[in-house]
Every structure is written in C-alpha cells, then in structure tokens.
Design a protein around this ligand. Sequence first.
Ligand code: CA
Length: 240
Amino acid sequence: MPTILLVEDEFTFAETLRYNLEREGYTVLSASDGIEGLELARRQPPNLIVLDIMLPRLDGFSFCRILRQESGVPIMMLTARHDEVDRIAGLELGADDYLGKPFSLGEFLARVRAILRRSELQPHPVGRTVLEAGALKVDTSRRRAWRDGSEVNFPQKEFDLLTCLMRNHGIALSRDLLLERVWGLDFTGDSRTVDVHIRWLREKIERDPAQPRYIQTVRGIGYRFEVPKDECSTSHCALS
Ligand code: CA
C-alpha cells in the first residue's frame, strides 16, 4: 500500500487524518513542522504528501517550492485560507490538489485515492519540468534556460521569478504575490526588489527590453507573462 506523509502541526487534527488513512490501509508518516517534513520526505520518499500551509519553522509554500526542485511526488495542500491568491500560489508551486478546511473525511479520502490513482497511471509523476514559450525554453528541474537555443544563465531569484511568471502565464500577478512566492514570507525588502529583478530579466529575454513582449507591466498591479505569437519558431509555441 502507498505511503503518505502528513505534514500538519495541529496534533488532534493530524491524528484524526492519520487514523482514517491507516484504516484505509495506507502507511502514514507524520511531521509536525515543515523542516521535519522535508527531512522525512527525503529520507523515506512517500507516494503522496498531505501538506498544511501554516506550519512552524517552514511554511507549506516554502516546503512545496523546495521539494519541487527535488521531487515530483504528488502534494495535496490543506489550508484554512480560502482566497484565490493562495489557491493560485499553491498550484503554481506544483501542488497537485488543494483542499480548504474544513472538509469532510469522506472528501479527503476520495481525493487521496484520486491523486494516488492518477500518479499510478503516470509512473514518473515529475510534473511538467520543461516550459516553452516563444523563443524561451526553461527546464525547471535542471534549472537551465535557453533563448533562441542559446543558454542563458539566470541567478537564482531571476530564475524563480521567471518560472513563477511562466507557470501563471496570462494572469496578472501582484508585486506582493511575487515577493512572497519568490523571496518567501520572511523577506523584509519592498516591492521595488521585484521591479529591479524584472528589469534584469527583460534585459536577458526580451529582444528590446524597452518594448517588452514576454513580461508585460500591468499598471497598478504588477506583471503578466505573455507568449508573443510571432516569436514562435518551433512547434512548441505556447504554454499550456
Ligand atoms: Ca497549521
């Protein structure tokens, strides 16, 4: 039977989930904070991770971001925060499903079964690690990128910012959301940090950084990634 790693700091709630998962026959590993969860996931790779967002030491978003660079294991995020921003941010980081608290145990177990079934059909659930858009190609698992076939070297934050924008292509992302997703919740700088990194990104990916076509400025909000149709030289034209 599959092994499920449960990362949840509310003890009674975690025990309820564990009891019900074990009753279904799953092997359950549990961790009560993000760091412990990450260590456990590396030591005993599970078939599924059920991940709370608000966690001590390392929150669920950061957990997801770090683990996704190493593993394609399915992740189901649990949260008490219901707004759409969280939902987008969770999915953009590579979570496979998202369940808002409170939820019924029946729904939870049905989702667990569905995710495990999907990942069985896909023996290597590494997710989509290569993103292609126009003349750009980004391999997120190997952290390499190309423009017109030539490799471009991005520092870590620029790379993370670019992949965050590409994965949410067509959606305007606020500076605050980008700050949280790329720099983390603990970052103390302000949103001008995002603007500076966008400028550096444009210098590397845009044909004319003064007339950007991939990274559009959305007035009063932030930035949006678009795929310029006339820069598509291959069959892989648009992000899907
Ligand atoms: Ca929590």
